[in-house]
Design a protein around this ligand. Structure first.
Ligand SMILES: C[S@@+](CC[C@H](N)C(=O)[O-])C[C@H]1O[C@@H](n2cnc3c(N)ncnc32)[C@H](O)[C@@H]1O
Length: 282
């Protein structure tokens, strides 16, 4: 774990901080290009919804290696973009990419002491589903947004609408019954339920909460071998406890599944997200 965290991490986010400011974040940092390629299809709808204008100040929550922060900063010039993330390794990659009107904070967005009304827009690409206390987190983000400002969040829909994860998990299970990440708990499906999204954002003081269904294929790499290396590395813990021959079978099943999804654009699997927009009271 790196030790440049700004401010405290809420105890409710300790496990997330351990993962993201540890091995998980290091893998993301080392494979930033592959992760970028995977979700790139969501950027056009995300940035269209964000409608960033010159002079805006944007906060990117769970900014990771900063591609969306840089894009926000480019659109906001002469304004600025600030990225916040728990992962020291990912923030380091983001910082190396530079940018005059970009700044990064390694910290917990749930409790970070942003200045009140500091931002026009709070943006997040799959970084706002991990809060241990989402009510407190969204209240903190609403406080940091100027009156009449906006939140624009891309969050995953449930597993049933995300065959990419269902198919990968099924392949790596090698006959085991592997539990999926639960809906409504901190993790990829923490905001999968639109009723919960409305309750949380409404409770935090946002109005006009709108939730759009957006679907894009995730691109895991140009060919099955590259996609296999990327996914097997990311989810190595899923097969870590298998005996060598069962592990080999699981990895072969993964390769076969990815090869079955090889298209002229690369290895693509279907995904679905909610694009959430909400306004702070003016
Ligand atoms: C799925 S990754 C998405 C990263 C990036 N937004 C992207 O699209 O590539 C989720 C990110 O949220 C960050 N994160 C999770 N909980 C956080 C919190 N409480 N405060 C700040 N960042 C957090 C993680 O460290 C991780 O980098």
């Amino acid at each position: 774990m790196t030790s440049t965290m700004t401010g405290t991490v809420d105890p409710a986010n300790a496990a997330q901080a351990q993962a993201w400011d540890g091995a998980e974040g290091e893998y993301w940092a080392a494979h930033a290009g592959a992760f970028e390629r995977a979700v790139a299809g969501y950027d056009p709808p995300l940035f269209a919804a964000a409608a960033i204008r010159p002079g805006d100040h944007v906060l990117d929550v769970g900014c990771g290696t900063g591609a969306t922060t840089r894009e926000a900063a480019r659109r906001a010039e002469p304004g600025s973009a600030t990225g916040i993330d728990l992962s020291g390794a990912m923030i380091e990659v983001a910082q190396r990419a530079g940018g005059a009107n970009v700044r990064y904070v390694q910290g917990d967005a749930q409790v970070h002491p942003f200045r009140t009304g500091e931002f026009d827009i709070v943006l997040s690409r799959t970084g706002a589903m991990f809060f241990g206390d989402p009510q407190a987190a969204f209240a903190n983000l609403a406080r940091a947004t100027r009156p009449g400002g906006r939140a624009v969040l891309l969050v995953w829909q449930g597993l049933a609408h995300n065959p990419w994860l269902a198919e990968i998990t099924h392949a790596l299970a090698a006959g085991r019954d592997l539990p999926a990440p639960p809906e409504g708990a901190p993790g990829p499906f923490g905001l999968a339920d639109p009723v919960r999204i409305r309750d949380l954002l409404g409770g935090a003081g946002y109005t006009r909460v709108e939730i759009a269904d957006v679907r894009e294929p995730l691109n895991f790499g140009p060919d099955p071998d590259t996609a296999h290396a990327f996914v097997a590395g990311l989810l190595r813990w899923m097969v870590a406890e298998l005996d060598p021959s069962t592990r080999a079978r699981a990895l072969a099943d993964l390769h076969a599944m990815l090869a079955a999804h090889h298209t002229s654009r690369g290895v693509e699997l279907d995904s679905a997200a909610w694009l959430v927009t909400a306004t702070t009271e003016s």
